[in-house]
Design a protein around this ligand. Structure first.
Ligand code: ARG
Length: 287
C-alpha cells in the first residue's frame, strides 16, 4: 500500500531537460595497447569496429535528445582519445586544458587545446596535472574535484583561480574508480534558481573525510550499488530529465525512474575494456 503510494508520488515529479552541447571523438583508432587502469588488459583482443558501432549509438542517442554534438578528429596512435571527457574542463567559454598523468595520453592535451582554440574558447594552458572533466564535475555552482589517482590536488586550486567558483576536493580510494566521473553522476546539470542539484555516487569509492562531505552536501543523493558501479553505471550523462547510462546498470536505472528521471540505457561494452563509459566519451561545452 505505502509502496504504491511512494511510487505514484515519485512518478509525478516533473523533471525538465535542458539543452546540452558536447564534444565527442569517434573511436577510429581505439584499442587497448597499454595498461593505466585496472580495467585495461592489453593481452586481450579489442574490436575497433564494434567500439565505433557502440559509440555511434551514443552519438545518435544524444542527437535524438536534441543535443548539439561537436566532433574532434581522432589521432592515430592515441587510442584513449575517444574518452573526450579527459580533454579539458570547459565553463564560461574558458577551456582549462588537460595535462595527463601517464605519458601514453600526454599528446592528447595539446590536441584538445588546439580544438578549443580553433572553436573560439579562451584556452588556459594548465600548470598542474589534471584530466579534465574526468575529475572536475560542475554541480550547481560548485565544482567537485577528484584526486587520488589522476588529477593532482594542486589543479583544484588552479581551477578555483581560473573559474572563481567553489571547488570541493574529493579523494578517491579505489583504483577501479580512478576518475571522479566513475564514482559520481551529476543528475541535474542546470537546476532552476533556488533548486538544489543532486548527484548519485558510490560511497566506498571515497575516503572517509570525503564521504562525509558528500553526505552533508547531498543528503538526498542516490547511493548506487557496487554492482551497478562495476559496469560504470555512474559514468552517465544527464540533461536534467533524460539520463544516458550503461544498460547493464539495472539497479541504478530503477533508482532513477523512482525519482522521476528517464534513464536511457546504451551498451558500450567494448569501450569498458579501456575503463570508460558514457560520460568518459562526453565532454560538456559550456559557452
Ligand atoms: N583508458 C583511459 C584512461 O585510463 C580511460 C579514461 C576514462 N575516462 C573517464 N573520464 N573516466 O585514462
Amino acid at each position: 500500500m505505502t509502496q504504491t503510494f511512494v511510487d505514484d508520488q515519485a512518478s509525478t515529479i516533473d523533471r525538465h531537460p535542458s539543452h546540452r552541447t558536447v564534444l565527442m571523438c569517434r573511436p577510429d583508432y581505439y584499442t587497448v595497447s597499454y595498461r593505466i587502469n585496472p580495467w585495461m588488459h592489453p593481452e586481450d583482443p579489442t574490436d575497433t569496429g564494434l567500439a565505433v558501432r557502440q559509440w555511434q549509438v551514443l552519438f545518435d542517442t544524444y542527437k535524438n535528445l536534441g543535443f548539439d554534438v561537436e566532433l574532434i578528429d581522432p589521432i592515430d596512435g592515441l587510442p584513449d582519445m575517444v574518452y573526450s571527457a579527459n580533454g579539458g574542463f570547459v565553463l564560461d567559454n574558458i577551456a582549462y586544458g588537460a595535462s595527463f598523468t601517464y605519458p601514453q595520453r600526454q599528446p592528447e592535451g595539446p590536441a584538445y587545446m588546439d580544438w578549443f582554440r580553433e572553436h573560439g574558447f579562451d584556452v588556459r594552458v594548465p600548470r598542474e596535472v589534471n584530466e579534465g572533466e574526468g575529475d572536475f564535475l560542475l554541480v550547481g555552482d560548485a565544482i567537485l574535484a577528484g584526486t587520488g589517482f589522476r588529477s593532482d590536488s594542486n589543479s583544484h586550486k588552479e581551477v578555483a583561480e581560473i573559474f572563481g567558483r567553489e571547488v570541493v576536493t574529493l579523494e578517491l580510494v579505489n583504483p577501479s574508480f580512478y576518475h571522479l566521473d566513475t564514482a559520481i553522476a551529476v543528475l541535474d546539470p542546470a537546476p532552476a534558481p533556488g533548486e538544489a542539484a543532486n548527484i548519485a555516487y558510490l560511497p566506498s569509492a571515497f575516503s572517509e573525510a570525503s564521504l562525509s562531505i558528500l553526505q552533508k552536501r547531498y543528503p538526498d543523493a542516490i547511493l548506487v550499488s557496487e554492482q551497478d558501479a562495476s559496469v560504470l553505471g555512474l559514468n552517465s550523462y544527464s540533461d536534467g530529465k533524460n539520463i544516458v547510462i550503461a544498460s547493464r546498470a539495472t539497479g541504478f536505472e530503477k533508482q532513477l525512474r523512482e525519482r522521476g528521471y528517464n534513464p536511457i540505457g546504451v551498451d558500450l561494452s567494448e569501450l569498458l575494456l579501456g575503463g570508460g563509459g558514457v560520460k568518459c566519451c562526453t565532454l560538456e561545452l559550456r559557452r
